[in-house]
Design a protein around this ligand. Structure first.
Ligand code: FAD
Length: 518
């Protein structure tokens, strides 16, 4: 297998796809695919939606889209392609909610599997001492939230945005402000059902087919398609005290974040973000947060400064006394060094808290600003290098307001499983730094795609030339050497798993790690 570089430039733009593309009827492969006996169906025409994702810059048109009804639809399709051997160059990409950034859920001239149409298993919630939910790989987290809440339960670990599928987030990690406490979503799964690149349906867990289980979690879709997952649950909070405070000094900000990470009875959610040269910042918060001291807050001016916002939340449960929660929260806050006038609080239901990004999505959609290119860059920075990283990146490279949030928060990876395929820097505490930019289509200015891509590259170049030991999260590379460096000591195991579970490199071609052997 060699890295697939051929798709890199030629197919990036949708306009490059012939608008009247149709399947060549002489293509025996496809004709024979049509003879497969499926509960769902394959569609061969008008599949342009399958050549789109949230990143909105990479567009690879597939030959067909499979809308599976059952696991056996997925398994027989893959088995069929596997049995054709190297005589066919068909590949298969599972497509969850297609919130990938660079075509990772696409398959150039291959088959895309629309995981959201998978109708089994029906979601089931099991109560008891160790409650869990059995869900399909194509279920959205928002639907899992609503279903589990009916039983007073909920998953422990989340992403900031819930319109993502189980298979999609488990192929990376699934990280949000709860990950410091519970680990990422991949550490909160008891069992998976997976269809391998040979078409075999395998159940796996810590105790059964453990190598496949660990490989698939964080495995970028390389070893199998997740068709079912058993997700660990906990009693669901009722309400959330949601707090934001500001810092102008990064070292105080990160010191407080790290303190909260390790303190007993800390908050239930810890994140943070950077704001560069924003005006009227606190005013914008007023629609959802209340200042603790309105007079002092009105005196605060954010103009022209780089500020760091600590975002924290305390959950409360049925039967909790508000006074006690308030006392605990105040005690924790009294130990922090934020700018006192910038304490803003809010109390919302658990659903409102978890589904907060959807509120922004609706606003952006209304302005036509959701379906724009998203040149995102996500990095894991080791704690020992975060001060240096902050100085260079927020002091020199990024000096102007950005279009989109920049998240920055630490997690304690010493509690995370190191058996999964996820790669993180080799330190106990690492920071997730996420540059979540939106580009204005056809702009050639600072908010244009090329400008943002250049800026991302500057950040990556800085990290490479002053070796900081960073790793990309949601990694995107185009050469074998880069992937090898990314995986470091985990590369050999990754290769071995690929040859064991997907020896013909049929799965997830959009990650561009392996190219199907011919
Ligand atoms: P897709 O884009 O459909 O697929 C992603 C990859 O997984 C592809 O390679 C695909 O082939 C493979 N895949 C999909 N389904 C399966 C399956 N069933 N089995 C095997 N492989 C499969 N991530 C975080 O960790 N934390 C966040 O807070 C967070 N917030 C986000 C907010 C937004 C608005 C967006 C757009 C993304 C965010 N992400 C976050 C990133 C997100 O977790 C990943 O992009 C994830 O892959 C999206 O899920 P999806 O269902 O859209 O996957």
């Amino acid at each position: 297998c060699i890295p697939d570089r051929t798709n890199l430039c030629s197919n990036r733009i949708l306009a490059a796809i012939p608008p009247d593309h149709h399947v060549d009827s002489s293509d025996n492969t496809l004709l024979s695919l049509e003879t497969l006996s499926l509960g769902g169906y394959l569609s061969f025409h008008d599949n342009y939606h399958a050549a789109k994702d949230f990143g909105n810059t990479y567009h690879f048109l597939p030959l067909a889209v499979l809308h599976p009804k059952s696991v056996s639809d997925i398994s027989s399709t893959i088995k069929y392609i596997f049995e054709m051997g190297s005589g066919s160059d068909l590949t298969v990409a599972a497509r969850g909610h297609a919130h990938s950034l660079q075509g990772q859920a696409q398959a150039h001239q291959g088959i895309v599997i629309n995981m959201e149409s998978l109708e089994e298993p029906e979601m089931q919630v099991y109560t008891g001492e160790l409650p869990y939910a059995d869900v399909s790989g194509g279920h959205l987290w928002i639907d899992i939230l609503h279903e589990t809440l009916r039983h007073g339960l909920a998953p422990k670990s989340w992403t900031d945005y819930l319109y993502l599928t189980v298979g999609g987030t488990l192929s990376y990690a699934g990280i949000s402000g709860q990950a410091f406490k519970h680990g990422p979503q991949i550490d909160n799964v008891y069992q998976l059902e997976v269809v391998t690149g040979k078409g075999e349906v395998v159940t796996c867990s810590e105790n059964q087919n453990a190598d496949l289980f660990h490989g698939v979690l964080g495995g970028l879709g390389q070893f199998g398609i997740i068709t079912r997952a058993r997700i660990s649950l906990e009693p669901a909070p009722k309400m959330v005290k949601w707090i934001r405070v500001l810092y102008s000094d990064f070292s105080l900000f990160s010191k407080d974040q790290e303190y909260l990470l390790s303190s007993q009875n800390s908050f239930d959610y810890i994140e943070g973000f950077v704001m560069i040269n924003r005006t009227g910042l606190l005013n914008n918060w007023r629609s959802s947060f209340n200042p603790k001291d309105p007079h002092q807050a009105s005196q605060f001016s954010s103009d022209g400064r780089t500020l760091y916002c600590l975002e924290i939340a305390k959950y409360f449960y049925q039967g909790d006394h508000t006074d006690i929660i308030n006392q605990k929260t105040e005690r924790l806050l009294s130990e922090l060094s934020y700018i006192p006038s910038t304490l803003f609080l809010s109390e919302v239901s658990y659903v409102e808290f978890l589904d907060r990004v959807h509120v922004s999505e609706k606003k952006l959609r209304a302005k036509g600003l959701w379906e724009v290119p998203h040149p995102w860059l996500n990095l894991f920075v080791p704690k020992s290098k975060i001060i240096k990283f902050n100085e260079e990146v927020f002091g020199n490279i990024l000096t102007d307001a950005t279009s989109g949030p920049i998240l920055i928060y630490p997690v304690n990876t010493s509690k995370w499983s190191n058996k999964t395929s996820l790669v993180t820097p080799d330190e106990d505490i690492i920071y997730l730094v996420a540059f979540l930019s939106s580009a204005v289509p056809s702009s050639t200015g600072k908010d244009g795609l090329q400008h943002i891509l250049n800026r991302n590259q500057k950040i990556l170049d800085y990290c490479a030339t002053n070796p900081l030991g960073i790793k990309q999260y949601l990694p995107h590379y185009s050469t074998r050497e880069e992937w090898k460096a990314h995986f470091g000591p985990k590369w050999q195991a990754f290769l071995q798993r690929k040859s064991a579970y997907d020896p013909l490199a049929i799965l997830a071609p959009g990650q561009r790690i392996f190219k199907k052997a011919k």
